[in-house]
Design a protein around this ligand. Structure first.
Ligand SMILES: C[S@@+](CC[C@H](N)C(=O)[O-])C[C@H]1O[C@@H](n2cnc3c(N)ncnc32)[C@H](O)[C@@H]1O
Length: 328
C-alpha cells in the first residue's frame, strides 16, 4: 500500500529504542484494546474517517501502542493515508512498532524529554523537517490530553503543525464534565473511591492488620496520595481545555460527551498493572521508601485492590463519560 510520505522520509527512525525488546508494562497497556471501555476510540475513528482522504497524513499525537492507528487503518484498508505516531514513551512506541512496523502507512517518532529545558520536544523539534514543512492534515490525541503538563505549548505546536483546513480530534475520559449524568464516573476518579474503600477494608479486616498502623500516619498518607496523583492526574474542568485551544489559535467546533460502559473486571485488570500508584501505601513504594515492597505485600495489595474495586462497583459494569473535542 503506497503512502504519502515525502520522498526520503524514513518511517522508522534510526533510534536506540527501535532496537530494544518490547517491555511488559507497555505490552500490558496494549491489552486495553480488548477491553469494552476502549470503544471510547470509536467516535474518533469515525470522525477521522470523515475528515481524511487518500494522500492525507494524520499525526497521532501520544499514539501510545498504536491502538487508534490500527483501528483507523483497519477501517480504511484501501486508503493511502499516512499516520505518524509520536509519543513521549519509547516503550509504548516500541509496542506500536511491533504491531504496525510492516505497514507502509505508519511511521514513528519519539518526543524526547529535554532535560535542560524541562519539557518535551515539540512536534517541530521531534519530526523531520521535510514532513513538518509539508504539514499534517489532521491531528488526533486519544486518552492523553489530560496528561499534558505544558498544554499551551503543545496546542500551539499542533496549530503550527496543521495545514490550512486541518483539524484536531481529541478525546479523554478525564475531563471534568459540567453535569455528570447520575451514577456516571470520570474514569480516573474511580481511583480515589477505590483508595477510600481499601482504607475501610484495612481498618476492619484482620487479614490486613499489618497495614493498619500506617493509616494514622497523615504525613505518610499524603506522600502516597501525591504518588497517586502522579499516576492519575487531578481532573481539570472542560473550560480549562477549551480556553487552551482558543489561546493556541484554534476554533473549537464541537464538544460532545458520551457515556461508555466500562466492565468492572477490565478496569480492575487495568488498575492492577498500576497497583503502585493506586494502593502504594499497602506495603510501600520504592520511590518513597527507598526499597521495594515484599512479594507478600504486593500480593496483599493486589487482593485488596480486587476487593476494593468490587466494593465500589457491585455491578459488572459502570458508566463513564468521555469528552470529544474537535477544533480547527
Ligand atoms: C493512556 S495512553 C493513550 C495512548 C493512545 N493514544 C490510546 O488511546 O491508546 C497515554 C499516552 O500519552 C503519552 N503521554 C504521556 N504524557 C505525555 C505528554 N506530556 N505529552 C505527550 N504524550 C504524553 C504516553 O506515553 C501514552 O502513550
Amino acid at each position: 500500500m503506497a503512502a504519502p510520505w515525502p520522498a526520503g522520509f524514513p518511517r522508522v527512525p534510526d533510534d536506540d529504542w527501535v532496537g530494544r525488546p518490547p517491555e511488559e508494562l507497555a505490552l500490558t497497556y496494549d491489552t486495553v484494546r480488548e477491553h469494552g471501555w476502549y470503544r471510547n476510540l470509536d467516535p474518533t475513528v469515525e470522525s477521522l474517517v470523515g475528515a481524511l482522504a487518500s494522500g492525507d497524513i494524520l499525526l497521532d499525537y501520544s499514539g501510545g501502542t498504536g491502538i487508534l492507528a490500527e483501528r483507523l487503518l483497519a477501517r480504511l484498508p484501501d486508503a493511502e493515508i499516512g499516520t505518524l505516531i509520536v509519543d513521549a514513551s519509547p516503550k509504548f512506541l516500541r509496542v506500536a512498532l511491533d504491531k504496525l512496523g510492516e505497514d507502509e502507512r505508519v511511521a514513528f517518532r519519539l518526543l524526547r524529554y529535554l532535560k535542560d529545558a524541562r519539557r518535551l520536544q515539540t512536534v517541530q523539534e521531534a519530526v523531520d523537517e521535510l514532513l513538518v514543512e509539508r504539514g499534517f492534515d489532521a491531528i488526533a490525541s486519544t486518552n492523553a490530553i489530560h496528561l499534558y503538563y505544558d498544554l499551551d505549548e503543545t496546542l500551539r505546536s499542533w496549530r503550527e503543525a496543521l495545514r490550512p483546513g486541518g483539524g484536531a480530534f481529541v478525546q479523554s475520559g478525564n475531563i471534568g464534565v459540567p453535569e455528570l449524568p447520575e451514577g456516571a464516573w470520570i474514569i480516573d476518579e474511580t481511583v480515589a473511591a477505590i483508595d477510600a474503600a481499601a482504607t475501610e477494608i484495612v481498618r476492619t479486616d484482620d487479614r490486613y492488620e499489618a497495614y493498619r498502623a500506617g493509616l494514622d500516619d497523615t504525613e505518610r498518607r499524603e506522600r502516597y496520595a501525591e504518588l497517586r496523583r502522579k499516576f492519575f492526574l487531578p481532573v481539570q474542568p472542560l473550560p480549562y481545555y477549551v480556553s487552551a485551544f482558543e489561546r493556541a489559535g484554534f476554533v473549537v467546533r464541537s464538544v460532545e460527551h458520551r457515556v461508555i460502559d466500562a466492565g468492572r473486571d477490565d478496569w480492575r485488570e487495568f488498575l492492577s498493572a498500576y497497583h503502585e500508584g493506586v494502593l502504594g501505601w499497602v506495603g510501600g513504594s520504592e520511590r518513597i521508601e527507598g526499597q521495594p515492597p515484599t512479594e507478600e505485600a504486593v500480593a496483599d495489595r493486589l487482593r485488596l485492590l480486587r476487593e476494593s474495586v468490587d466494593r465500589v462497583f457491585p455491578e459488572p459494569s459502570f458508566p463513564a463519560v468521555w469528552t470529544y473535542i474537535e477544533a480547527d
